[in-house]
Design a protein around this ligand. Structure first.
Ligand code: MN
Length: 204
């Protein structure tokens, strides 16, 4: 099965100025597409050809770094597009209670996400996840993902690779984090992920 680039769940102008249409044209239209194309080429005619993306990520982890990188990046970017919203969203009562228990408040969680994102060395991802029943902030490096990790349910992710922000904010990753974490995170998506209790699945 060849995987496809999923549509953005908003207009390409909807996140500006936090994330511009120009950034999305490259990040979604070029970077994400390239990860998908390379993964599709790598699985064509192999035992992975009919597997789910999540199964491919798990099978390739630790055994086929090239395939892992492209499969994990395919998943991470699909999850990232949904982790942002054009309109203001709010956490469910269930999510709000877990945020308050782990971080004190939504505002404090946002501050910690920004700080972890700003402090993350080089390329990677900063996540809000449920782990062993409680919420936690996790970081993964390069293309690594939480998609296949047992006992971890990713709720939201922020891409901190330079290609996510350089056209809009140049080297100022904290400005990108202020803009995205401050007002563009999709708390409705996070609430759905928490309620489901299992990791989001990349659309086949
Ligand atoms: Mn990216």
């Amino acid at each position: 099965m060849a995987f496809k680039l999923i549509d953005l769940p908003y207009a390409d102008t909807a996140l500006a100025p936090a994330v511009s249409a120009e950034t999305l044209s490259f990040h979604h239209g070029k970077h994400h597409q390239t990860y998908i194309d390379k993964m599709n080429a790598a699985i064509d005619g192999t035992d992975h050809a009919d597997a789910s993306l999540e199964a491919i990520v798990g099978a390739a982890r630790g055994s086929n770094q090239g395939l892992f990188n492209n499969a994990a990046q395919t998943w991470n970017h699909g999850f990232y597009w949904h982790s942002m919203a054009a309109t203001e969203t709010a956490p469910s009562d269930e999510l709000k209670a877990k945020i308050d228990a782990a971080f004190g408040s939504v505002d404090e969680l946002k501050e910690q996400l920004k700080a972890r994102g700003a402090g993350h060395f080089a390329s990677g991802w900063v996540w809000l996840a449920e782990k062993d029943g409680a919420l936690t902030i996790e970081e993964t490096h390069d293309g690594d993902t939480l998609a296949d990790q047992d006992g971890v349910n990713p709720l939201l992710v922020v891409d901190v690779w330079e290609h996510a922000y350089y056209l809009d904010h140049q080297n100022k990753r904290p400005a990108y984090l202020d803009a995205v974490v401050g007002s563009k995170l999709n708390w409705a998506f996070a609430s759905e992920n928490l309620a489901r209790g299992t990791a989001w699945v990349y659309p086949a």
